[in-house]
Design a protein around this ligand. Structure first.
Ligand SMILES: [Zn+2]
Length: 417
């Protein structure tokens, strides 16, 4: 056992503790407490005093597409989502590098996430090429196998293929593969129903959907017209038999009984207060990706309204096709800018416990509590920092982020019995 002490300990489940400590025993948290609280463990346990660091649980990136990492910098920022999407698809179709280059970009992205303090990931994948690299990494999380097809007569075949791929990859252990409908405008009602029935067989797995991202999505669902329809027609993905539900994206999924506590509703930029009330009532978690929203031209998410509505809010970076990096601390800074009145502690909870809960991993991650794995990071604090929580949502850069296990090893200790 080893006791680690630092200027600040942020258990997330409790207020920050000045000169707090955490006892780690064979990779698990044995105890944690405030300065002065007697250490409830063996007297001879070595004490590592980190000094001017803030120790907190590893961050959770609840929405990323690692398989798109090779697209970093290749798809320009856009004014409208219906301009960004075709540019991205064009790049994917004509500019894709070989398998090795894709794999190298995935590996670099995983390393980048680790270096910026991310421990848990909700990965969206079409090809499932990221499953093996994630299972080999130190990260934990879920791979959402994304299912896309608006043509109703192809729903059964598409679902069948997805189920076979899921079975081949497995639904247990590290990075189980779950099924995830892409979005209301790209999945037929029949496919939504099929997915719902399939997911009922794996109730322990979360699912995910891109929801209410762009104004064009809202227009399409309301009227069946607009730039999204034109784009789907151009892509050959439009189904003339599809009937617009003439309501908001959230109402549409509510009507189809897709919403529930195991669903991650990604983006929600266009949600009204009424929509947010529906998501809250269903226990659905909103995953906000403010930097990606800006990048693809859908506007800023109504972050202050998210929190005011009482809906659970997790944080994601989205992919490197629509973001400069995968640093969740940078995403928190964007969120802080959009919701200046929300307590920093609440934003930190979004990037830890709420994200872990959304991924179904709250019993093993998201807080510093006895029994959980010691998946902890330590952020080097500049001397002038007074409000540690505010500092942690101000845009911490990776050079300040360390893993507690690495710092312990650097001190010449090994965490052994
Ligand atoms: Zn996405």
């Amino acid at each position: 056992m080893i006791v680690v002490r630092s200027r600040w300990l942020l258990p997330i489940a409790d207020r920050p503790m000045l000169n707090g400590w955490v006892a780690i025993d064979r990779g698990r948290i044995a105890a944690a407490g405030r300065a002065g609280a007697s250490l409830p463990m063996r007297d001879d346990a070595p004490l590592v005093d980190l000094g001017a660091y803030a120790v907190l649980p590893a961050l959770v990136n609840a929405h990323v597409h690692l398989e798109l990492s090779w697209l970093r910098g290749l798809v320009p920022r856009a004014e409208r989502f219906t301009d960004w999407v075709p540019a991205m698809l064009q790049q994917r179709m004509t500019g894709a590098p070989g398998e090795d280059a894709v794999a190298a970009a995935v590996a670099a992205a995983i390393a980048q996430m680790r270096a910026s303090g991310t421990g848990l990931v909700g990965e969206i994948s079409n090809s499932l090429v990221t499953v093996d690299p994630l299972r080999r990494s130190t990260l934990e999380g879920v791979v959402f196998h994304e299912v896309v097809r608006l043509a109703a007569d192809e729903a059964d075949d598409v679902l069948d293929m997805a189920l076979r791929a899921q079975e081949a990859q497995g639904v247990t252990g590290r990075f189980p593969v779950s099924l995830a409908p892409h979005a209301p405008y790209s999945v037929s009602p029949r496919l939504f129903q099929g997915l719902r029935a399939a997911q009922a067989r794996t109730p322990f797995l979360p699912s995910s959907v891109h929801l209410a991202e762009s104004p064009e999505e809202v227009e399409l669902l309301d009227t069946g017209e607009g730039p999204w329809r034109q784009l789907l027609e151009r892509l050959g993905a439009w189904d003339p038999a599809w009937t617009p539900p003439a309501c908001s994206p959230v109402r549409y999924l509510e009507q189809m009984r897709v919403l529930g506590p195991s669903l991650l509703a990604v983006h929600a930029v266009q949600c009204t207060d009424e929509d947010l009330g529906v998501l809250r009532a269903r226990g659905t978690t909103v995953v906000t990706c403010p930097r990606s929203n800006r990048y693809v031209g859908v506007g800023d998410p109504p972050a202050a309204r998210f929190y005011r509505s009482g809906v659970a809010v997790a944080v994601g970076t989205d992919s490197l096709a629509s973001n400069d990096d995968l640093n969740v601390f940078a995403e928190l800074a964007a969120l802080r800018h959009l919701a200046p009145a929300v307590p920093a502690a609440t934003l930190l909870e979004s990037a830890t416990l709420v994200g872990a809960r959304a991924l179904g991993l709250e019993t093993t991650a998201g807080t510093i509590e006895p029994g959980k794995p010691a998946r902890l990071i330590a952020v080097a604090l500049p001397p002038e920092v007074v409000d540690v929580e505010e500092y942690l949502v101000s845009g911490v850069t990776p050079d300040r982020v360390h893993w507690v296990e690495d710092l312990i090893a650097d001190c010449g200790f090994a965490d052994r019995a």
